[in-house]
Design a protein around this ligand. Structure first.
Ligand SMILES: [Zn+2]
Length: 510
């Protein structure tokens, strides 16, 4: 059984996770790395698997726009953003004009990508959760039970938590920072706080002390719960029953364990069905959003069609690492090959695992891949100037776009074929038989229109002159491309101007 169907079955069979509410979350602290897409797709698949079993389900995605900026991404001007370190992301201006704030800009960019690959969760902003007042009862409960919360931390992390530590992070009323404040007391209505000058090394507090209410309202958000506690409170406020996270959060003693204990012992809410998923690595490395290295989710749309981005993640079991390395010669072409094979499996038996994988890789309706030929061929056709019309006629323009990107960005040198404007140096090394072959070939250029027939003719011509087939084709490639190999010769020749080829072969045969 396909892995997401198995998870859905387990959820349904247990009878514990009703109503089915799938949720995922992300702090939009910068350009979102492609790895974060895996979380969205994993949740989307479980949601869709539940729906295909006839169940009603909901799928939400929480953007934590109220989290502080704790690092400045390398692609942003430090001098412009330094003053915002420690402030909540929704209070920081967008790096690009026309967007409400920093968080909205980066969340929007990420959202565009996951929508493009067919994930349509309902979006929730944490700031709104707080200003709606829905978090207030839980904030009070958590603060009232601060002693028990401390005990949970001590139990899990095996360290002493000071008695004047309270599980709440106030937004400093004076400087607006949240990373610098410390709550020192709670009297049931107000918290006593200090904005500590040197609390964190990357931002300075303003030193203000005071007493204020921790409850947010429609007039604004005044603070937040520490995120592991907030995670549990968010489950309860939204009504989440199914939520996974990357394996780092789900490991023993990790943040999910803490959230679970808060859920059970402090706020009395059943732990959502957990799904631990493995990394999606790019070239063997895990990348962070704020460092801005590697491939961002947005870049991914430029190198693969949406259905292939989904396929990359759908076909691999949730607990298995994916290492996507587009710079490896075969990575992208093989992904296309596998996708086309999956379609054939789907046609044979849509209920087979591969059939189901193909089905769930679709963005909306089931779409047959636009071609039967391999992607490798397309990468050659896009390099032949006169194939443009054929590509259009065959309906391959969409995939041709990605073939071009592959050639430009990832193709090894030996896969790049450029028809040389001048007679290449390489023809100097042609044998006399090869020259004779080119001279003969130049005489029949224009006589064949059908590439298969023409290819056979080229073979025969070489054989008649006493050449091995590779020697014949090498002569063609050297004359046109300056290389000893290339795309299928007949197709290449037919894609070019007749007179040009004729003349080139004559020149090369001298
Ligand atoms: Zn302050």
């Amino acid at each position: 059984m396909f892995w997401a169907d198995k998870i859905a079955k387990e959820i349904i069979d247990s009878g514990e996770y009703v109503p089915y509410w799938v949720d995922d979350m992300k702090t939009p602290s910068g350009r979102v790395h492609v790895g974060a897409l895996r979380g969205v797709v994993v949740h989307d698949l479980v949601y869709k698997a539940l729906k295909s079993k006839g169940k009603k389900a909901k799928f939400t995605y929480v953007f934590e726009d109220h989290d502080p900026m704790d690092d400045i991404p390398s692609y942003l001007p430090r001098e412009k953003f330094e003053k915002y370190l420690g402030m909540p992301l929704f209070k920081i201006p967008s790096p690009v004009e026309g967007y409400e704030n920093y968080a909205r800009f980066y969340a929007g960019e990420f959202q565009k990508v996951f929508r493009a690959i067919g994930c349509e969760p309902e979006i929730i902003w944490t700031k709104d959760l707080y200003t709606s007042g829905r978090m207030n009862d839980l904030i009070k409960e958590v603060l009232d039970k601060a002693a028990e919360v401390r005990k949970i931390y001590e139990e899990l992390y095996d360290k002493k938590i000071p008695e004047n530590w309270y599980p709440f992070q106030l937004y400093c009323p004076a400087c607006g920072k949240v990373s610098t404040t410390q709550v020192l007391d709670w009297d049931g209505e107000n918290v006593t706080y200090e904005c500590v000058v040197d609390k964190v090394p990357w931002a300075k507090g303003c030193g203000v002390k005071g007493k204020t209410s921790p409850f947010s309202s429609s007039s604004g958000i005044v603070g937040k719960l520490p995120w592991k506690i907030e995670w549990a409170c968010k489950w309860k406020v939204i009504g989440v029953t199914i939520e996974g996270a990357g394996k780092d959060h789900m490991s023993a003693g990790g943040s999910h364990d803490l959230a679970s204990l808060i859920s059970q012992r402090i706020i009395n809410y059943p732990i959502p069905y957990p799904i631990a998923y493995e990394w999606l690595l790019i070239g063997g490395r895990k990348m962070s959003s704020s460092r801005g290295v590697g491939i961002s989710a947005k870049d991914m749309l430029e190198i693969l069609p949406p259905e292939l981005i989904r396929f990359l993640m759908v076909r691999i079991k949730v607990n298995t690492q994916i290492n996507f390395d587009p710079s490896q010669k075969d990575t992208i072409p093989s992904l296309f090959d596998d996708y086309q094979k999956a379609y054939l499996d789907y046609k044979k038996n849509p209920k087979s695992d591969m059939g189901r994988i193909f089905e769930l890789s679709q963005i909306r309706e089931i779409e047959k891949p636009p071609m039967d030929a391999r992607f490798w061929n397309l990468t050659q056709w896009v390099q032949m100037p006169n194939m443009k019309d054929d590509i259009k006629k065959e309906g391959l323009e969409e995939w041709a776009k990605y073939a071009r990107v592959w050639v430009e960005r990832f193709a090894p040198e030996d896969q790049k074929f450029i028809v040389q404007k001048e007679l290449p140096e390489a023809v100097k090394h042609l044998s006399n038989e090869q020259k004779k072959f080119l001279a003969e070939l130049s005489k029949i250029i224009g006589e064949y229109k059908n590439p298969e027939e023409f290819q056979t003719k080229i073979y025969d011509l070489g054989k008649d002159i006493g050449l091995k087939s590779w020697q014949a084709f090498e002569a063609i490639y050297k004359a046109l491309l300056g290389k000893h190999h290339g795309p299928k010769a007949a197709w290449l020749i037919l894609s070019l101007d007749k007179e040009f080829v004729k003349q080139r072969f004559e020149e090369a045969s001298k």
